[in-house]
Write a protein of this length. Sequence first.
Length: 152
Amino acid sequence: MSLKSLLAEGLLRPHRTSRREVADLLRLVDRDLADAAVTKISADRRFATAYNGALQLATVVLHAGGYRTERMGHHRITFQVLPEIMGKETESHGGYFDLCRSKRNITDYDRAGQISEKEAEEILKQARDFKRDVLRWLKKRHPALVQENQDR
């Protein structure tokens, strides 16, 4: 679905973000990616925590693009619109994290022990790569939203 159709259906609404909102979301990302790297917790929790970091990064993109989700399905929509806002090269990020959304739902709501250590490591790597790409995009497309110390 396009941004235009999501707006028409009321699944997105216009949003004006701020430097502070972006900084706050990036601090959540930093916390989640650091927590997801703690190997003493279960692979399930590490996976879900890294997923949340990726979701917050996608939310930064959505907000910087001038939108906010409305109603149910916000995780799916947030990842779905990445290519339209950031560019086609982000389709792989959106697709990967949307697949992870389903696994995260199972491990959060249905069954423990469904995530392997390899999957937990992979999503953490993908989230770190996505963070690098989001920060580059912000600096290029929305430099007013980036604080000088947001290179981490």
